[in-house]
Ligand binder design. Structure first.
Ligand SMILES: [Zn+2]
Length: 558
């Protein structure tokens, strides 16, 4: 039986982001209505050949669309906002967010004509929005992007704090810090449940401050003599400001490479940020600036093969050729799964005589995380004193880390969810996981969106490891082979090599033998012959190569 929300129930359902990093989609159910929070993408690894972007499967919300009151976006990071332009046409509900987030979202929605009717409501910090039966306040928090918010839901069962991404940066260079008095006050009003960011729940201490990054970068810039490239997440506007100030202090101009960086800077300026930094050097003038007077900010901190940093590392960038003695600073954390690509880029740079620096290799602070470490999470529990903690936003280990931390902090109930868990928050007597709804991931291809478990993707995965044999032959109605069978292979041999030709010719002989055998010695009907050939050829290849390829057989009857 499909899950049915009762009128007196308050439930929380994470549909994405609570088992893997990214693809966040969270849902609250109250008085028979639903409210979604965040709709982000995840990055695909090699488990999904040919796929870059994953989306949370919103099937549950589609099935309950008539009761969906709205979608809140807590901040403009891709793992919270990136799926809206793909999935809004399936949901068609009003969207609520702060001004900067709206600015980023508008640009994304403009790229999909099906999102034309989407309405974005800009909510000011501390403002109360009424979305269906939900009374919602946006509380500003510091994070590695402007205008991130925690969401406070007021219900007749008590308040729920949905943290979004946050940290306790004491000196953010841009925007507000997370204010103790805000959360203490919410705690005094009473908090039923805290649903919070688990990313760094396994990291001791505090995440640090962007103000220290500005100092750290300035010190590092002093040590380098030639060009400096800093690669970051495009949305880290605070980091852009830190880099610009550190550059100025070291008598360097700043240039920016990458479309997503330019787009984010445009959004930031439209909202009044980055107002006091000098103009950037236009891309076409980069090579005219003396090497010792230049800092370049580039996209591609995750090693993305098509981003600017990868182009620079390959030496194929149209405007800038890095030279021996130049330096590259990775001012970002690797997202789990991206490590291989990052190392590939770093190795290419090192091979070209470029200095590579990442956060672990220096005593200077050149990156801080935007997510709360253990002491920050403890501080939040202390301010809020929630009866229930639901850790979300992270891989399984991170979520379990926060659940353990909550128990150690004497929180009554710590409930670690899976994607699709239906968690009853109230009535609190039966609080816990009470049901499970359909969820999963969708995969974005250039021309379509498919389920991540689609047979097309699992087939590709198999092909990666085993290669393919294509067999075709023509039979008469009486079972006589007409002409020689044809065999071609992919991923098994070098077609330019004579031995490769021989391999395929041997398989053609084998097909002939199998068919002869079937005609003379078997009672198997002809409609089974394709399958017999498939099994026989798989076995024959395994005898030679010691592994079994995919075999496709086409028998034509004339
Ligand atoms: Zn974030």
């Amino acid at each position: 039986m499909a899950f049915q929300l009762q009128k007196d129930q308050l439930v929380f359902i994470p549909l994405g982001g609570s088992e893997q990093f990214g693809a966040n989609l969270n849902v609250y159910g109250y008085k028979g209505k639903y409210l979604a929070i965040d709709l982000g993408i995840g990055f695909a690894d090699e488990y999904y050949p040919g796929i870059d972007i994953l989306l949370p499967n919103p099937k549950f919300l589609e099935d309950n669309r008539k009761d969906l009151s709205g979608l809140i976006i807590t901040h403009a990071h891709e793992d919270h906002i990136g799926a809206v332009a793909y999935l809004w046409p399936r949901l068609k509900c009003p969207i609520y967010c702060t001004e900067f987030t709206a600015e980023v979202l508008k640009k994304k929605l403009a790229e999909n004509p099906e999102c034309k009717a989407a309405q974005i409501h800009v909510i000011e910090p501390y403002e109360m929005a009424e979305i269906g039966p939900f009374k919602v306040r946006f509380i500003p928090v510091s994070h590695s992007i402007p205008e991130a918010c925690s969401i406070v839901l007021e219900t007749e069962h008590g308040q729920v704090v949905h943290s979004g991404d946050w940290n306790l940066d004491e000196a953010p260079v841009l925007g507000t810090k997370t204010k103790a008095e805000d959360f203490k006050k919410i705690g005094q009003e009473g908090v039923l449940a805290y649903v919070g960011d688990s990313t760094n729940a396994g990291v001791a201490g505090y995440s640090g401050s962007e103000g220290d990054v500005e100092k750290g970068l300035s010190a590092v810039f002093k040590e380098f003599e030639k060009r400096i490239v800093v690669t970051i997440f495009s949305s880290n506007i605070g980091r852009i400001q830190s880099i610009c100030r550190a550059a100025k202090a070291n008598n360097r101009h700043v240039a920016v490479l990458g479309r997503s960086l330019h787009r984010m800077i445009g959004c930031a300026k439209a909202c009044g940020y980055l107002a006091d930094i000098d103009d950037f050097v236009p891309e076409e003038d980069i090579s005219a600036i003396p090497r010792e007077n230049l800092v370049v900010i580039a996209t591609g901190s995750q090693g993305e093969p098509r981003a600017q940093m990868a182009l620079l590392a390959r030496g194929s960038h149209r405007s800038l050729k890095l030279e021996r003695g130049d330096s590259v600073i990775f001012s970002a954390r690797p997202i789990p799964g991206n490590e291989k690509n990052i190392i590939l880029v770093q190795n290419r740079l090192a091979a070209g005589g470029i200095d590579v620096m990442s956060p672990r290799e220096t005593d200077h602070v050149i990156h801080v995380s935007g997510h709360p470490a253990r002491d920050e999470i403890k501080q939040m529990y202390d301010w809020l004193r929630p009866k229930i903690v639901v850790p979300v936003h992270g891989e399984k280990v991170m979520i379990e880390d926060q659940a353990e931390l909550a128990r150690a902090c004497q929180i009554d109930k710590a409930i670690a969810p899976n994607n699709g868990s239906v968690i009853q928050l109230a009535p609190i007597e039966q609080a816990g996981i009470i049901d499970h709804v359909d969820t999963g991931l969708l995969a974005v291809e250039p021309g379509r969106i498919i389920e991540s478990g689609h047979v097309a993707i699992s087939d590709r995965r198999k092909l990666q490891y085993s290669g393919v044999v294509h067999v075709s032959f023509v039979m008469s109605k009486k079972g006589v082979l007409m002409g020689r069978p044809h065999v071609s292979t992919t991923g098994l041999i070098d077609p330019k090599d004579a031995q490769g030709d021989e391999f395929e010719a041997d398989l053609e002989d084998e097909v002939q033998d199998i068919l002869e055998g079937l005609r003379h010695h078997s009672r198997k009907p002809m409609d089974r012959w394709e399958e017999e050939v498939r099994i026989g050829i798989r076995r024959a290849v395994n005898d030679i190569l010691r592994f079994k390829p995919n075999v496709n057989v086409h028998m034509m009857e004339v």
